[in-house]
Design a protein around this ligand. Structure first.
Ligand SMILES: Nc1ncnc2c1ncn2[C@@H]1O[C@H](COP(=O)(O)OP(=O)(O)OP(=O)(O)O)[C@@H](O)[C@H]1O
Length: 578
């Protein structure tokens, strides 16, 4: 996938120009349209300033205006209106493209990020970034050339004022500087508010998940429901509202001070008119221009809250990007690399992985859970069970086997050859999985590859054909019972046609009849097709189905039993019981 939308590299908190640079970098792919919109808008802005001068000249002309004046007036009007319209159209075009590119970019980052980083981030934070940060950045960038136009109009107007009276312009600039000082102080305070708002948006997203995904639990638990609604969700909502109102109060106070200063300047000018013997053309020119330029100036000042929120959003996205650093070469758009084959076996040689400590400050002194060193071979056409107590490391082991966690030590070999980091994504294509927290895609099999001809028959085999059919490769419904949905997940894993299928406690929510069918018919059938089956199971009644049973304890392999010998297998050598 094209990684053409670079997100900020610097820290916008410390680097004052990081946001500007990041915005320019974001706009870079669209520079022709951005430049055209900005230039046309700037031309329109300058035409507006010239129009004001023309109006003042017309007002002061003792013997009326002629055809030449009217022609120039009409030309400036046309340029002003068209420039503004063109800038608006160009802006929205660029804005839409930019937002689309930013959304795709964040999604691509998630798709390529290390699984451990995604697990660390938690879904609600990712969703909040996808929704709130993109929104904040887009609101600001949508208007970048609008701000450029406002700035040009302002500078053009000040240029005209300079020509009319440098001394009076100095007075205006003093007022503008005082207004900027007040705004600057207010801005520092409202940035603190907006940072807190953004944190509260994460909390809100978390509580939205709680009330949707935990709807059933909350319906039967009134105290918790009240706490979630009033304290957790309500607290986040109220925090956002009060912090935003505080920020806006500061903004409007600063804005009012700015406007007051503006009118003060006009008042002072009128007061000093006679004392300084100002010409009527100068006074009327200043009055017209100052009243007009207040619009673009307000637009520029009004951009500050959006700018602040965009800055915070950039900081968030930068942090996310940093946490997703070291992403793997995962093909998203171009066809991937080679689809590997499994001829003999996959071997884990001394593979280790340790989670970071739950308390990174290390205050509780507990290290993260560690798995390994693991020596294990998975052979083509065998059923391998991984068993052990809760928390013994079974799922972590299969995440290592699948290449979802990169081994921190040791190596994975495919048919004797080490799997290099660049080939890990290809290697992962050997597997189909049904995790305990699986996600059910309603498109069956490998997208674009068509369905295996026996798919309908397999639905019957799974005793689900009376509920679900396949329409154009899509399940007609997934509104099913828990066990039935899991059968569809199994169908998906089977239809993907991969040489290795991994089941994480698949049978846990199946009825006894179907559980029996799974262990005694489906698994042996899949083995007959030449696939390797790695099955995490607590069903000790069916351990006899496996060719080998790997017993995990405390993150290591305690022993491996083969069915023939029912004793420790040679392949377990080196895995000391813990
Ligand atoms: N995402 C994670 N981040 C940090 N630590 C984790 C994470 N997932 C698991 N662990 C740690 O690893 C240990 C083993 O977890 P794992 O899921 O591998 O166990 P399991 O044998 O599959 O357990 P179960 O039978 O309950 O599914 C956990 O007790 C926990 O301490």
């Amino acid at each position: 996938m094209n990684d053409s939308i670079p997100l900020p590299g610097g820290d916008p908190a410390r680097d004052r120009f990081a946001l500007l640079r990041a915005a320019l970098r974001l706009l870079r792919p669209f520079w022709p349209a951005t430049l055209a919109a900005t230039l046309l808008g700037a031309a329109g802005g300058l035409a507006t300033a010239a129009l004001l001068a023309q109006v003042n000249r017309g007002l002061q002309a003792a013997d009326g205006v002629g055809a030449g004046f009217l022609l120039a007036f009409a030309g400036l009007c046309g340029l002003s209106v068209l420039g503004k319209a063109a800038a608006g159209v160009g802006n929205s075009l660029v804005g839409q493209k930019l937002v689309a590119a930013l959304r795709k970019d964040i999604a691509a980052r998630i798709l390529r990020a290390p699984i451990a980083a995604i697990e660390r981030q938690r879904t609600h934070r990712l969703v909040a970034s996808l929704v709130n940060d993109v929104e904040a950045v887009s609101i600001f960038t949508f208007n970048v050339s609008g701000y450029a136009v406002a700035l040009t109009v302002t500078l053009g107007c000040f240029g005209y004022l300079l020509a009319l009276s440098p001394a009076l312009l100095l007075l205006v600039l003093l007022a503008v500087a005082a207004g900027m000082l007040v705004t600057h102080h207010a801005r520092r305070a409202w940035m603190v508010d907006y940072t807190d708002v953004r944190d509260a948006q994460d909390d809100l997203q978390k509580q939205y998940r709680a009330i949707t995904e935990g709807a059933k639990e909350l319906r039967v638990d009134r105290p918790r429901r009240r706490r979630v609604f009033e304290v957790l969700l309500g607290g986040a909502v109220d925090r956002i509202a009060s912090r935003k109102s505080h920020a806006m109060r500061l903004f409007w106070t600063a804005d009012a001070v700015g406007s007051g200063l503006f009118f003060l300047v006009i008042g002072i000018m009128l007061l000093l008119r006679d004392r300084l013997a100002l010409e009527p053309a100068v006074v009327s020119g200043f009055a017209i221009v100052l009243l007009y330029v207040k619009g673009p100036l307000d637009q520029l000042v009004g951009a500050l809250p959006a700018l602040g929120q965009a800055q915070i959003a950039f900081r968030r996205v930068a942090r996310l990007a940093a946490d997703f650093d070291g992403h793997e070469p995962v093909a998203l758009v171009e066809p991937g690399g080679q689809t590997p084959e499994l001829c003999r076996s996959i071997a884990l040689d001394g593979v280790c992985y340790a989670y970071p400590p739950a308390d990174p400050a290390g205050e509780d002194g507990r290290p993260g859970f560690a798995v390994g060193p693991i020596d294990l071979e998975i052979r083509r056409g065998e059923i391998l069970f991984i068993v052990g107590a809760n928390g013994s490391g079974k799922t972590t082991l299969i995440k290592l086997l699948l290449g979802l966690y990169p081994p921190q030590a040791g190596v994975i070999r495919l048919d004797g050859q080490p799997v290099a980091e660049e080939a890990r994504d290809d290697y992962r294509q050997l597997f189909a999985t049904v995790f305990t927290d699986y996600f059910l895609f309603d498109e069956v099999g490998t997208p674009g590859a068509g369905l295996p001809p026996e798919a309908e028959r397999y639905l019957e085999r799974l005793d689900i054909a009376h509920k679900v059919s396949l329409r154009d490769g899509v399940f007609s419904t997934t509104d099913l019972s828990t066990g039935q949905r899991k059968r569809l997940a199994l169908l998906n894993a089977w239809a993907a046609g991969r040489p290795v299928i991994v089941f994480d406690e698949w049978a846990a929510d199946q009825d006894p009849g179907f559980r029996h069918l799974f262990y005694t018919e489906l698994l042996p059938d899949l083995r007959r097709q030449g696939r390797a089956l790695v099955v995490i199971s607590h069903d000790d009644r069916y351990f006899g189905v496996a060719d080998r049973v790997v017993h995990m304890a405390g993150g290591g392999i305690a022993r491996v039993c083969t069915q023939a010998a029912e004793g420790p297998d040679d392949s377990a050598a080196g895995n000391a019981e813990r």
